[in-house]
Design a protein around this ligand. Sequence first.
Ligand SMILES: *Cc1c(COP(=O)(O)O)cnc(C)c1O
Length: 351
Amino acid sequence: MKIERTSSPKPKPPAGQLGFGVHFTDHMLRVDYESGAWGEPRIVPYGPLTLDPAAAALHYAQTIFEGFKAYRGPANDPAPRLFRPQAHLDRLNASAARLCMPTVDTAKMLEAFRELIRVEADWIPEGAGTAMYVRPLMIATEAFLGVRPANRYSLLVLLSPVGNYWSTGLAPVRIWVEEELVRAARGGTGACKTGGNYAGSLLAAERAKAKGYQQVLWLDEAHQQIEEVGTMNVFFVLDDRLVTPPLAGSLLAGITRDSILKLARHWGLKVEERPVRIEELQQASQEGRLKEAFGTGTAAVISPIGELSWRGQKIVPGDGKPGPVAQRILGALQGITSSKEADPFGWMVKA
Ligand SMILES: *Cc1c(COP(=O)(O)O)cnc(C)c1O
């Protein structure tokens, strides 16, 4: 693969000051699509794009992305590891198909991802809970104001070293149950990782913050069934069952969600993918049967919910503190991604 090295490498940020998505490495991957075919992937210096202001992505939002993490390998075999890259590439293609964007050859693209991680291996942070966040992004670049699928695209892969989300321990979040705005509707683009879903979600999140809550719980169009929490999938422990809403078209098929379902079934927990109504949650909470609630996604992995506000009532899962199921899942996933524990599902792929 063609590698164009930067002539001015950047200093690496101090380990304690990584944050999330604020630092970027020296290089990025770029592949361009035109005349019906993808060109060859290239590794180029990280930097601004030249983009025509009429580029379709900027007007009609033909833009999709992915997010996953890479980690340092164990001391005796230190090659970096990518967490479930094939699942993320498959989901990139699913998003592309829904938005009339070109799909990629996932085997070829995985090779390019691995090469980029190898080139930037020194940037992968070392501390517990830290990782290299990998952000693939595909945008329509054709300059054209008509409404139809564009004929030119760029796929970019950015790398961002990220800190430990829970460096001071798992902290439960306060959640506002949103009853006016919706994130996605059946038949829409809710199941795709596309920028427009995020733009449409900002207002509810801002309103929730103004009321003293950190995020919103999204319901369906009828404001009955639970869909997601913020930009994460959501799980509940109801009695002794781990319950999460099904992939019915409007929610995002999280890879973390899938990993948790596989782990929980492997452990022999009772697992249910089924619709959950907000009324059911409220009632279960009053009867003391709502033991835990937490969001799941690549960035934070697990985000325990300490309180939900619904129609002036408080729904508090368990005692409002991170519960044993959430902690067990986080521990297991961190064990696998840090290569300290066995990887029974073959999720870690060497760069
Ligand atoms: C990315 C995302 C998730 C989580 O997906 P992971 O693959 O687990 O990171 C959940 N919901 C939405 C809306 C997302 O965009």
